[in-house]
Design a protein around this ligand. Structure first.
Ligand code: HEM
Ligand SMILES: N[C@@H](CC(=O)c1ccccc1NC=O)C(=O)O
Length: 313
């Protein structure tokens, strides 16, 4: 590991941040007394300073790759914000998918405490993404207009990870597979999420295993079809919510799912509001109506019976 990142094979972009050979030689030649308090503290603490043979922080995190993946296409100062905002969002989405896959597997295996831990993390990640909009909202319409022509027809609409998250949460739509048709590996991942039972489908199967009757149409179904709300499923959740103590973990599961959908709704709302303040009602680069499309997405309900039961209680 250590051999691969030192010396000549570093990417050009990080080169300028490196100390010049003269500065490094000076630091090595300085006596402890001449380096000031900072250097004395480092020495006293025993911090390791030579990584020519050991794995360092940057080696472990592959920072050469991560930090050399920002390539603005425009001459505009603000494009770096736009790129970093999206790349960090994709990293959080990667973790979210990792946790969601774990949670679905744990629910299917009746391991609910483990599933709760993962779902709580998914909700906190979604909240993190909600707050991330505050940074992007510092970008004004003229600032974004300087970048937008360089984006061509690219759009978040084509995010393969976002689409997998939507599918895992039950918002299935075959048309959303098409933007990935030219990338077999991405298509396979999105298609797998499209064809698999969603988190909510797995929770309904769990309820049936626990003796709470779920209508057959909602236990076994064509998982590629969008979920359709059902009074029998509301009745099943009502049994749980009318006697929480008797069904404590299903009750906790219901509330975990509501937490998650609550956070997702906030994300969608911050997205559409940020888009309106930045591009108004222009069409999107992805080809949709823009704000009009994103407003329709605000009407998506992922776990409908968990909301419906509140009116009945
Ligand atoms: C100035 C910033 C942004 C603008 C103007 C913007 C605009 C839009 C527009 C107009 C759409 C509709 C699709 C289209 O026709 O392009 C869209 C979709 C989307 N955007 Fe953004 N967006 C911004 C920032 C972001 C960020 C930071 C993310 C985070 C990853 C993101 C993720 C998405 C996703 C996932 C979709 C698809 C939503 C869906 O299909 O429900 N966008 N965006
Ligand atoms: N759809 C946006 C473009 C956009 O926001 C975007 C472009 C490339 C990569 C990520 C993007 N973010 C979310 O859609 C627009 O119409 O301006």
């Amino acid at each position: 590991m250590h051999g691969s990142t030192g010396g000549t094979d570093r990417p050009a972009q990080t080169e300028s941040a490196d100390p010049s050979p003269t500065a490094l030689a000076q630091a090595q030649a300085q006596s402890p007394s001449s380096g000031g308090a900072g250097e004395a503290i480092v020495k006293e603490e025993g911090a390791q300073l030579d990584f020519s043979k050991d794995m360092s922080y940057g080696d472990y995190l592959h920072l050469d790759q991560v930090l050399s993946a920002q390539h603005p296409l425009s001459p505009d100062h603000n494009e770096m914000l736009f790129i970093v905002q999206h790349q960090t969002s994709e990293l959080w989405m990667k973790l979210m998918l990792h946790e969601l896959h774990g949670a679905v597997a744990q629910v299917a295996a009746d391991q609910l405490p483990e599933a709760f831990k993962m779902l709580a993390r998914v909700s906190r990640i979604m909240e993190q993404l909600v707050h991330a909009w505050d940074v992007l909202a510092t970008m004004t319409p003229p600032e974004y207009s300087a970048i937008r022509p360089y984006l061509s027809n690219s759009s978040g609409f084509q995010s393969a990870q976002y689409r997998q998250i939507e599918f895992m949460l039950g918002n299935k739509n075959a048309a959303m597979l098409k933007p990935h048709a030219h990338r077999p590996a991405l298509l396979a991942a999105v298609q797998a999420a499209y064809e698999a039972p969603s988190l909510y489908d797995e929770v309904l199967r769990l309820m049936q295993r626990r003796g709470i009757e779920v209508p057959p149409s909602h236990r076994e179904r064509d998982w590629t079809q969008p979920y359709v709300a059902n009074d029998g499923v509301t009745a099943a959740w009502l049994q749980v919510y009318r006697d929480p103590k008797a069904h404590w973990d299903l009750y906790q599961m219901g509330e975990e799912l509501v937490d998650l959908e609550d956070a997702f709704r906030l994300w969608r709302f911050r997205h559409v509001t940020t888009v309106e303040r930045v591009i108004g009602f222009k069409r999107g680069t992805g080809g949709t109506g823009g704000v009009s499309y994103l407003r329709k997405m605000l009407d998506v309900v992922l776990f409908p019976e968990l909301w419906a039961l509140r009116t009945e209680l």
